[in-house]
Design a protein around this ligand. Structure first.
Ligand code: SF4
Length: 210
């Protein structure tokens, strides 16, 4: 069954980074949704949990930013994180479909397991998965830190390949994690995988210059 999603849908966005190599294979356009109903202890994005805040952005605007990132950075795909992408499934599905129609790839991080997600009454979840290449599923468990697989937060989380664009034996999964720090005006943007002792350090506001 094909689901038709409105093309003018708005996405609640906490953060966009147009080009990163710290959120999945290759250079990727990363988008963090604002709002997650889960509460994993030790979540490193607590400011993205409330369903208020963030920026409501039309899909067309997001796609324009992504198209610019393709031109400027030659990105190979997008990564959707959160917040919880499945809690915004209609917008995420419309975005993922448009991304794959451009020949790019889609990676999704969800705090739900695949089995839980497949029981969702929200039909857009299936539509999102139909346009996803890689799904990383399951809640973040801080007592089970992942030590081997790059980009993965905890050992319980599984990697599902929904297309043949990526493979489990890709050596990039075993390279060390990276942390990216960028200064945008007075805002410090950090993404990637920090050492546990560094979590939260960047959330302190920068001191104002006199
Ligand atoms: S699912 Fe992700 S964003 Fe939501 S609480 Fe867990 S770690 Fe945080």
């Amino acid at each position: 069954m094909r689901i038709y999603l409105p093309t003018d849908i708005k996405l609640p966005i906490a953060q966009i980074i147009p080009c990163t190599e710290a959120e999945g294979p290759g250079r990727r356009f990363a988008l963090w949704f604002q709002g997650c109903p889960l509460r994993c202890p030790g979540c490193c994005n607590p400011e993205m949990l409330p369903f208020t805040g963030g920026t409501e952005m039309p899909l067309s605007n997001v796609l324009a930013q992504m198209d610019a990132a393709v031109q400027e950075h030659n990105i190979e795909g997008i990564t959707l994180l959160g917040g919880e992408p499945l809690a915004h499934a209609a917008g995420a599905a419309a975005l993922a479909r448009a991304v794959q129609e451009r020949g790019l790839t889609v990676m999704v991080f969800s705090g739900y397991t695949l089995e839980e997600a497949r029981q969702s009454p929200e039909p857009a979840v299936a539509e999102l998965f139909a346009h996803t290449d890689i799904l990383v599923d399951g809640p973040y468990l801080r007592e089970q830190p992942e030590t081997r697989r790059r980009w993965i937060g905890s050992a319980n989380q599984r990697i599902h390949f929904f297309s043949d664009r990526y493979r489990a034996d890709d050596p990039r999964w075993l390279l060390p994690n990276t942390l990216e720090i960028c200064l945008h005006g007075s805002e410090l943007r950090v993404n990637g995988f920090p050492a546990p002792s560094a979590v939260g350090l960047w959330q302190r506001p920068l001191a104002k210059r006199p």
